[in-house]
Design a protein around this ligand. Sequence first.
Ligand SMILES: Nc1ncnc2c1ncn2[C@@H]1O[C@H](COP(=O)(O)OP(=O)(O)O)[C@@H](O)[C@H]1O
Ligand SMILES: [Mg+2]
Length: 427
Amino acid sequence: MEDPDSIFADEVDLIRDAAVLEEDYTPDRILCRDEVLTRYTSVLKPIYKGRPPQNAFLYGDTGVGKTAVTKYLRRTLERDIEQKNEQLPPSEQISLTALWINCENFTTSDHTTSSYQVAVGIVNRLREPGNRINATGYAPQDVYDLLYEELDTLTGTVLIILDEIDKLGSDDTLLYELPRSRDIGYLETVRVGVIGISNDYTFRKNLSPKVKDSLCETEIKFPAYDADELATILRDRAERALFEGAYTQETISLCSALAYKEASGSARRAIRLLRRSAEVAEEDGSEQIKPPHIRQADKDLEYGNIVESIVDQDQEKLFILAAIAHLDEAGLTPARTRTIHAAYSRVVRAYNTTSGKEPLTQRGMFNHLSKLVMFGFVRTIDRNKGARGGQWNEHEFSDEIDIQKVQEAIQEHGREWESIELRGVVE
Ligand SMILES: Nc1ncnc2c1ncn2[C@@H]1O[C@H](COP(=O)(O)OP(=O)(O)O)[C@@H](O)[C@H]1O
Ligand SMILES: [Mg+2]
């Protein structure tokens, strides 16, 4: 029982099993994905039959079930193989090692990674803790050789699942090496199958033709969900996660409609929205989620998303946004590029006290500033005072961005909010 006197306790509890609403929860039923399941199953079937594995490339927007379906099928495949093996003599038994590699886990501060980095990661997954290799100091080919060495200590089929593969950017050597290994006889005792999962179809376009040929043997598209499909998925999740009476049909349809409209059919967004709505209702002391709770939750998520998209920017852009935030706070926006540059330089010096890294030149900074305009963080205003008065640009935050969001983003980057001296930035 909760202690009713605790400041952490709510009057009511609507969430019965919070784990079911967690990001990494794997549902034991996949809904609304029959076509995808059929195709995907046939890609994995050879493994079950002890035949050479196939490679596949999965793509679709974020939140459309790529990871969930893959985890579900992997679990089912492993279970079915186990059952089949019970009926077989040891010599005929099927051996499967499935490696789940999320490329996102190997990214650096600019949110990209390289084939090299991920290859090192795979080697280390296959090695004992005391025997791991360093992420630097090897020639790329050496790392692939180590990788083959490790793979060759296994037997049967190795299925390498590379999730968030688009994080590799344009460097696809890993995707070239892995599927190829079996063809060129690097590996003697194992057969490697690769499943690549991407949020981004353009990633495929940029793959080298050789990689396309081998990795994209089979391509499976995960279309976005429509509002009805989102409702089906959400209803199933709500039944397990929430107490009866905590939600209604209206809760489900409003959450689905909003997720459909604002996050182009993402089940992730729909589930997050349901969870946040339940929390808002609990904080409100309501025994049932009502539309105003859902609308508040939706606002909360939007806010968080914008902060996240700021956090995703590289350091220079973050410093520029910090500079504009300081100017904004002092009522100095919209500001000319050189004013922003002056403030930006002070921000850089305030943060880079130990590294001693110098600010970019005004032109260098301007390139980043233009990107911020392109991404919709910053708005440019054209000032034109006729032939005599001259023409220049001024910049300010777009409606989506404000000081608080930038401050939160800086803090999520693990830094304090530094104040700077603004005297003299405007001539
Ligand atoms: N067809 C589905 N049935 C049940 N739950 C689903 C389905 N599709 C997605 N989900 C859930 O939605 C969330 C996002 O799905 P996920 O597989 O992580 O998306 P992706 O990998 O495509 O970005 C997860 O919580 C997942 O369990
Ligand atoms: Mg995913």
